[in-house]
Write a protein that binds this ligand. Sequence first.
Ligand code: MOS
Length: 734
Amino acid sequence: MVNYIGTGTSRVDGRAKVTGEAKYAGEFNASGLLYGSVIESTIPKGRIARIDASEALRVEGVIEVLTHQNRPRMAESDEAWKDDVAPEEGSPFRPLYNDKIKFSGQPVALVLAEGWEVARYAASLVRIEYEKQASATDLHKERDRAFVVKKPEKPRGDVEKAYAAADVRHEAEYFIPTEHHNPMELFASTVIWDSGGKLTVYDKTQGVQNVQRYLCSVFDKKADDVRVVSPFVGGAFGSGLRPQYQVVLAVLGAIALERSVRLVLTRQQMYGLGYRPATIERLALGAKVDGTLDAITHEAIAVTSQFEDFSRNDTGWSALLYKSANAKNVHRLARLDVPTSSDMRAPGAATGVYALESAMDELAVALKVDPIELRLRCYSDQDQNEGIPYTSKRLRECYRQGAEAFGWDKRKPEPRSMRDGSELVGWGMATGVWEALQMPTAARIVLTANGHAEVSCAASDIGTGTYTIMAQVAADTLGLPIENISIKLGDSTLPQAPVEGGSWMAASASHAVAATAEEVLKELLDLAKAMKGSPLAGARFEDVVLADGKLVSKQEASRAVSITDAMRHGAIDRIEKEKTNNFPDDSSHARNTHSAVFAEVKIDEQLGVIRVTRVVSAIAGGRVLNTKTAHSQIMGSVVGGIGMALHEETLFDHRFGRIMNPNIAEYHVPVNADVHDIKVIFVDEPDEIVNPLGIKGLGEIGIVGVAAAIANAVYHATGTRVRDLPITLDKLQR
Ligand code: MOS
């Protein structure tokens, strides 16, 4: 029975969010709550020579100033500080650990006071002296020192030879600056201390169980002594995948003072956390005159810290996506005096595919072929890296439906050939690709005789709609109206879930719910069959479904037993089941989502002001669980892509190794005036191989390709190719 899956069901948590009933990490309360304020390093590299907190400690209401000199004990080994998603190589950051300074914005002291304003004021009175060392924060200057990251991808063919022999060649470097996530909700933790030393930690995170394990390890606590809760998350974009330093500091404060502590970072302090690494991408494409590719080289140099090697797959997409007998990828890392880079909005793909799809556009220009036509000539029904088929790939349909909705056939190929009054008009397109990932996840269902089900799982809903899709899947698999389903998420004591990221949660959580619902059905069937003269006597598990509050025979709808009757006859009033769903290991198929993105820009010819007036995003992402939340996911991702193309850029003053625009006044993100018409198309993509429900996951696929489509449109409008993002108006005037 499918009543809810695939519909535009409104968010089940929508009312709680708009009424303010939904509580976020910094809003939980406790008696005697203390407030923390962080002091950050003003230098990027060196050591703390002296800290004088005496003046701060004299302020009324200030309880303590914690530093590396007087903090409680924390773990010492690198292993103890490695969370579930920490890079394999390196030594994770530890706040207030010792006198070493590794980046500007590093926390060096924590003021704890009776009130937030007092804590913040007192923080301004703490005197810190540093011994400075020379620092490096400029990727362009350090690029030659970058080292090659080990990657499994093997080169194929002889790319140098093929490139040299190509009829048409395109080679260029593209640049994506450092970007910060800037979720609406600030990073915050409220730690509730109970007299037995147990901690309840309300934390802004994409993974409560990751934070729980990490805190137990760092503070040498038993699993039962730390509970991490995060029912609602005000956005994260990947910044909440790893535990952030404020949660360590809040716990440190609670342990030091045996009190409850709340710590909320300022917007400025959030620029001391992870970020999308600045990346230099070099593409070299060699083609035959007929527009088929024969050589793809993609090299990337990305930023990481001096102490951990974070990297993602930027270059592999190029060799994967298009047919080419010869291909090579190389990923390098440059270690700078900055925090470790991190996952942000389709990490690797948003950047790598921006470069690839810009280069493909340049190649199309060189070949004088339509950009879509070029992609069709290189189209591959196989994963070119592995030589295996996809579980499904309806990218051709994305090109077709997207082009039709956009009106691509009316495009004049020459740059500067389309106008609207005083504005130049440009049309560009790009391909997007992401992975369809899925992870082992558990769910618990408690079904009561009155036909109400509570479904629980430790997963977070970072705003993507997890509560809602889980309620839909539960309602359909249990045969109940959605109003009878309640969902509990974001608590480390609930059944096991991975961090919410990588667009894997929809598939992972849905199958956990479906697998557990099956267990509920089995027990109900046993009860129903035990009834005297049971209408379901002899029925096998495969023969029945749950629908309208009843167990119903698939062959004969009149043979049915209500949930209430089955439980009453069994003399029980609830059924509780918990099951972990594991996806079978299957390397015979590639699992990916795809998109075709079309963008229209209008550019004031005199001033160079760019408006993205239209975007059409056609997505092939398997089964869409909820048309409304899925649409929102893609629309939001397109807005992120507009930001990447035109606005977002973290600017450094390399002399001081400091960020110059650590706030959302000067770090530009798209606002309403920057966002015009966005049309989202979901291409029908049935997939019986990827997983039983055919779910691939959406969200990240929505940003991949957007920046390239816009950059390509800007070229088409102006004839100027800007290869370093963001495309600001000064770059069009050069
Ligand atoms: Mo996403 S960058 O995996 O939260």
